[in-house]
Design a protein around this ligand. Structure first.
Ligand SMILES: [Zn+2]
Ligand SMILES: [Zn+2]
Length: 123
């Protein structure tokens, strides 16, 4: 558990890493995540900001709502992180921008009332 968890965008312009710990995580089924990613849902991991750093590049900011700001690679468009006004001490990382998303199964589902009818819940 000592090596840092690493990730980055599709084109490699942005690289980040954070302390290897057990964090809370969830699939978000809200319509904003869906439209912005172009995918059925987005899997997020909540990491304390103090554990997180960019090792290369900085993403472009998009103010997506009155309470959330999303960050993308300006070159390739990968959604990298999100900040929520309500939880200012956390940075929310897209699990699928991690180098090893297979190691981080989301622990729950949120906004399931907006979930697409052809998806099944995380069990
Ligand atoms: Zn990129
Ligand atoms: Zn969402």
């Amino acid at each position: 558990m000592s090596e840092r968890i690493e990730g980055g965008c599709f084109c490699g312009s942005i690289r980040y890493n954070f302390e290897n710990k057990d964090y809370s995580s969830s699939n978000c089924h809200c319509s904003m995540c869906r439209r912005i990613s172009g995918a059925a849902f987005v899997s997020w991991m909540a990491v304390p900001k103090s554990n997180f750093e960019y090792s290369q590049g900085e993403p472009k900011k998009l103010i997506s709502s009155s309470h959330g700001t999303r960050y993308f690679c300006k070159e390739c468009g990968t959604p990298v992180v999100c900040l929520l006004e309500e939880y200012p001490e956390y940075i929310y990382i897209t699990i699928c921008s991690l180098d090893r998303p297979e190691d981080f199964k989301p622990k729950g589902d949120m906004y399931t009332d907006e979930m697409l009818p052809w998806l099944e819940k995380n069990k």
